[in-house]
Design a protein around this ligand. Structure first.
Ligand code: CTP
Ligand code: CA
Ligand code: CA
Length: 651
């Protein structure tokens, strides 16, 4: 039985073109989420004007009311009614009110010293010196939405990856596979001669009803072709996502936009294509058409230096202009690795997997000081706030996962000093414990002298590990030397900080990003944090309204593609394809891109992909210990704790 959205073809049509372009193998691969299946269906969901919607929902504000979320005197989110007046994130509050006199500006919640929880405060904007922004309210909403998305998809057939505070990727392949078999029983028959390489029969349909989807156009000759199974698969994906979006709307009152395509790269471009409250389908036949008009710098990972390099090396702006460049030309100008990667990416090729295992690797709480602070008495209350903030966020996490290390960064002029300590185990991990340890670290830094004025303080915890599972075992291998040392010394002498003069960013170097060490693609894929100063200037960079960082929100400018891992040091990201472990999201990302380039190369050579056995060069150089097998259980099904009551000890 076919879906009501699919019109059946006449037998004549079938006879004209009896075979599909796709094989039984492609169909089988769909069931196991294989990135090699050309039939795979990936969706990207992105909430519209997210923080602004959170405030609208929280305050029960009518939908057509222009509203912006304010942080100090800047705007960090603007709803769509306000955008019609020309209000944007770049406006100050004063400018925005000139453009739109009835604009509601709601200040974000803040932490305040002496108060035991974050709160929405009427006087927050005037208290930049004493308050620190809290994004907790948005995190809580984000979690609810993620939970609902997971509940809306069949549990055994879903793969959902949280990509940022307001984005998720869903690999719908297995669910689409199951629906295909249900609707088209001919697909359940074994292949002729039992040969999976046989091509499938064509779908018994001539026209598909895409409902209200924004459908990316095809070139005329492509449009005149009958639909094939990739079209049917993506249409089913689109139906699934429409239902998910309706559910989010009905249950939680949020609107979102979505992109549906055959990979992550395209689905993400799709969700941004038509906003708000719309979904865009990019059929595989439409990929070239869709990408051609796109500016190269709009593509994921082309926003920064890589995009600049490519546009200047070839004197081009759009994908269309770059398409005639041959693979060899790209390799000769950009190097083999980068050239291959760029060549495939502008053709819409992306074999990266949707990973439902993303877990927070670190948490960071920070404050930039304007004006700078000059005494330990000024600094200490902030440590209390950071400790309370992190502790509250830890309480929201899976309680079995516990951070093992703490870092404190202190910025004075252009210099960032940092200290690290092992977090004592076997004690309750509360705000007081975090605060005490942070203060010890601060004292260490202060003892050096020449530390005032201080422009920025940031506290982070990392090296998360499942408690009760091993202690110095596997994780010891996975940690970078210095962190492992911190753990060891912590084990002997709990709480004694490890002193390190190495700048934070150096410790964050791209272990595992080397893949041959040729300075290839990974050079471009790293976030702008390679120098000591820049790593800490992320907060300051976002001059307007981003004084406060909290890195597990994944919101830093220029880091859209970052997951909740944030930018503090993080451990043991694991490649689902070959098991290699990485200690930073950048290295991990670069490794994924290596797989992609490799797949492409293999495809070109007509080889099967060797995903399960990448050559040694694919493996990170460090850390190279055993992989962490099944330690990282997913954190699905976690309940919403809501905001925890925090206790501030007296100082
Ligand atoms: N955000 C931020 N700083 C940035 C980018 C984003 O604080 N540099 C916040 C925004 O306030 C936003 C949320 O992160 O609400 C999600 O960002 P994004 O999806 O880029 O924008 P939206 O505001 O959701 O708007 P859109 O409808 O265009 O997605
Ligand atoms: Ca958004
Ligand atoms: Ca987003």
């Amino acid at each position: 039985m076919s879906s009501p959205h699919i019109r059946e073809s006449s037998p004549v049509m079938e006879n004209e073109n009896p075979k599909s372009r796709f094989t039984y193998k492609h169909l089988c691969q769909l069931a196991s989420f294989s990135p090699s299946s050309p039939l795979r269906v990936i969706a990207h969901i992105d909430l519209d004007a997210f923080y602004a919607q959170c405030e609208m929902v929280r305050l029960n504000i009518p939908e057509n009311q222009p509203l912006a979320v304010q942080q100090w005197q800047s705007l960090i989110a603007v709803n769509y009614p306000a955008r019609e007046f020309g209000v944007s994130r770049h406006c100050t509050v004063a400018d925005a009110k000139k453009l739109c006199p009835y604009l509601v500006t709601q200040h974000v919640a803040t932490w305040r010293e002496g108060d035991d929880k974050w709160a929405y405060r009427k006087d927050a904007a005037a208290n930049i010196a004493s308050d620190k922004v809290s994004l907790d309210p948005y995190r809580l909403q984000s979690r609810k939405i993620l939970q609902l998305i997971k509940e809306s998809l069949p549990s055994h057939l879903q793969r959902v990856e949280k990509a940022s505070i307001d984005e998720v990727f869903c690999d719908l392949s297995a669910q689409v596979h199951s629906i295909l078999l249900e609707r088209f029983p001919e697909l359940t028959r074994p292949p002729p001669h039992g040969d999976l390489a046989e091509r499938l029969p064509r779908p018994p349909v001539v026209a598909l009803d895409w409902m209200a989807d924004a459908l990316v156009d095809l070139d005329e000759d492509a449009e005149s072709q009958d639909p094939d199974w990739d079209d049917v698969a993506i249409l089913i994906g689109s139906e699934i996502i429409r239902a998910v979006r309706t559910r989010i709307r009905e249950k939680l009152r949020y609107t979102c936009s979505a992109g549906i395509a055959n990979n992550k790269l395209l689905s993400k471009l799709g969700s941004a294509h038509k906003k708000p409250n719309q979904q865009t389908v990019i059929r595989s036949r439409a990929i070239q058409h869709f990408l051609s008009d796109l500016k190269i710098t709009k593509i994921r990972n082309f926003g920064g230096k890589l995009g600049d390099n490519v546009t200047s090396a070839f004197g081009v702006e759009t994908v269309r202009e770059l398409l005639p460049t041959t693979l060899d030309q790209m390799k000769s100008k950009l190097g083999d690795e980068t050239g291959t990667w760029v060549y495939s990416t502008i053709r819409g090729v992306d074999h990266s997997e949707v990973s439902s295992r993303t877990q927070i690797k670190s948490m960071l709480s920070a404050k930039s000081f304007r004006p700078a602070i000059r005494t330990v008495e000024q600094a200490t209350p902030w440590l209390r706030i950071f400790a309370a903030d992190i502790s509250a966020r830890l309480d929201e996490e899976d309680s079995r996962r516990r951070p093992k290390t703490m870092n404190l960064h202190h910025r004075h002029g252009g210099q960032t000093k940092s200290r690290q300590a092992a977090i004592p185990q076997g004690k309750a991990l509360d705000a007081q414990l975090l605060f005490d340890l942070a203060r010890t670290l601060l004292n260490q830094i202060l003892s050096e002298g020449n530390v005032w004025p201080c422009m920025n303080l940031s506290l982070s915890v990392g090296s998360f590990e499942d408690s009760g599972v091993g202690n110095m075992g596997i994780s010891g291998f996975l940690l970078k030397g210095e962190e492992a040392q911190a753990l060891k010394s912590g084990a002997k002498d709990p709480g004694s900080p490890v002193v390190s003069d190495r700048p934070a960013a150096k410790r964050r170097r791209l272990d595992g990003a080397g893949q041959g060490g040729t300075g290839g693609i990974h050079r471009f894929l790293v976030k702008q944090s390679t120098t000591n100063d820049k790593s800490m200037s992320l907060a300051a960079d976002n001059t307007k309204g981003h004084e406060d960082e909290d890195s597990d929100s994944g919101l830093h400018k220029g880091s859209e593609w970052q997951s909740e891992a944030g930018d503090a040091p993080s451990e043991s990201l694991k490649c689902s394809r070959c098991g290699a472990s990485f200690d930073c999201p950048e290295g991990f990302q670069s490794h994924q891109d290596w797989h992609l380039a490799k797949d492409l190369q293999d495809e070109e050579r007509g080889q099967a992909t060797a995903a399960a056995h990448p050559p040694p060069s694919a493996r990170p150089k460090r850390p190279n210990g055993p992989t962490s097998s099944s330690k990282n259980g997913g954190r699905g099904g976690k309940i919403e704790h809501g905001q925890q009551k925090l206790t501030f000890g007296g100082s």
